[in-house]
Design a protein around this ligand. Structure first.
Ligand code: G3I
Length: 313
């Protein structure tokens, strides 16, 4: 973002909250076991505070984007100390400065076929399932005021995998809260398909209610709408994408415990979907509220309408 001043200006004008897409992940923060490299994330924090934006931290514990030394230097006798030292140091470095931290990210994996539904590698394998509780407790000690989030993907759909992930999440969350593990919010990543069925269905709404009834907040943390299966025609495609934003946001914002909405990127100029899910017709992807020329799309209007119609919180 540093080199693209038009984009930076747009960001400062449009956004109230920012999240570093990669700069707080281990691969960038931890060049070696003994060092921390905060420069890139600190730059973003300065940018955010200059323009009075809040900053979210993403993410302390994840199975991806780990530096190569983890594979060779971490084992079951030192993993706990290495993980907790990371959480303590990074949360401590930003204490008092962030809006929230994704303490754990994508820890549910039904495909790993464990009875508890948790992802088996790498942290569970080397520490045990208690690594999640330990990470939250350590983060809470290092910054008692920051909102601590369990961020999870694929909770929004109506397919088997989403149903299974929702069931596991509710069960584990209930059990962890009973033991006073300081989980204060659930992050719904919300990478959504442009051909998704309606979100305004009783099952999904009940899931949001259940979380909120436990006194836990909800954040929409990484919303974008994949449009690989949508037509080439830009107007038709934008209308479909905007329709999914509209349907999803009007559904989730009816729940008062939803306290933040973030998209995963602001402009189609910079989106992970360009490389991860490119279109077969080779036209640029359009999953975000501003196109690659930084002009607002139908999605921008859909988000604005959903915010306008939501009750104040
Ligand atoms: O910066 C390097 C560049 O120097 C190098 O030449 C190039 C060669 O591969 O890689 C660049 O790093 C890439 C980085 O994005 C920055 O573009 C990494 O390879 C690439 O793996 C990384 O992808 C990120 C991915 O997470 C993995 O960390 C995406 O940008 C980011 O959007 C994506 O975000 C995730 C969330 O953290 C969790 N939820 C899902 C979401 C989408 O996958």
């Amino acid at each position: 973002m540093g080199g693209d001043t038009d984009f930076a200006q747009l960001f400062a004008r449009e956004c109230g909250i920012m999240v570093p897409e990669n700069e707080l992940k281990w691969r960038i923060l931890r060049p070696t076991q003994d060092s921390f490299s905060f420069a890139q994330a600190d730059w973003l924090l300065n940018f955010a505070s200059r323009y009075r934006m809040q900053l979210r931290g993403h993410t302390l514990v994840w199975h991806q984007q780990l530096p190569d030394w983890i594979r060779t230097q971490v084992n079951s006798s030192n993993a706990r100390q290495i993980l907790l030292n990371h959480v303590n140091t990074v949360v401590g470095h930003y204490a008092g400065k962030l809006q929230s931290w994704d303490v754990v990210n994508e820890v549910i994996e039904p495909a790993d076929r464990r009875p508890d539904g948790l992802r088996s590698k790498p942290w569970l394998e080397s520490i045990g399932p208690e690594y999640i509780d330990l990470a939250f407790q350590t983060a809470a000690q290092a910054d008692p005021n920051v909102l601590l989030v369990w961020n999870e993907n694929h909770l929004e759909g109506s397919d088997e995998r989403a149903l299974a992930k929702r069931e596991v999440l509710i069960k584990l969350l209930r059990e962890k809260l009973r033991r006073n593990i300081p989980i204060q919010a659930i992050g719904l990543q919300s990478h959504i398909s442009g051909t998704s069925p309606s979100f305004n269905n009783p099952e999904f709404i009940r899931f949001l209610h259940t979380i909120s009834d436990m006194g836990v907040k909800i954040l929409i943390t990484e919303m974008d709408v994949t449009e690989v299966d949508l037509p080439t025609n830009i107007d038709a495609r934008d209308q479909a994408v905007a329709g999914v934003y509209s349907d999803y946001l009007s559904t989730v914002l009816r729940e008062k415990s939803v306290i933040a909405v973030l998209t995963w990127g602001l402009s189609d100029r910079y989106t992970w979907l360009s490389s991860y899910l490119p279109r077969t017709d080779k036209t640029p992807v359009r999953p975000l509220p501003f196109d690659s020329n930084l002009n607002p799309t139908a999605t921008y209007a859909a988000i604005a309408r959903a915010f306008d119609q939501a009750s104040v919180r």
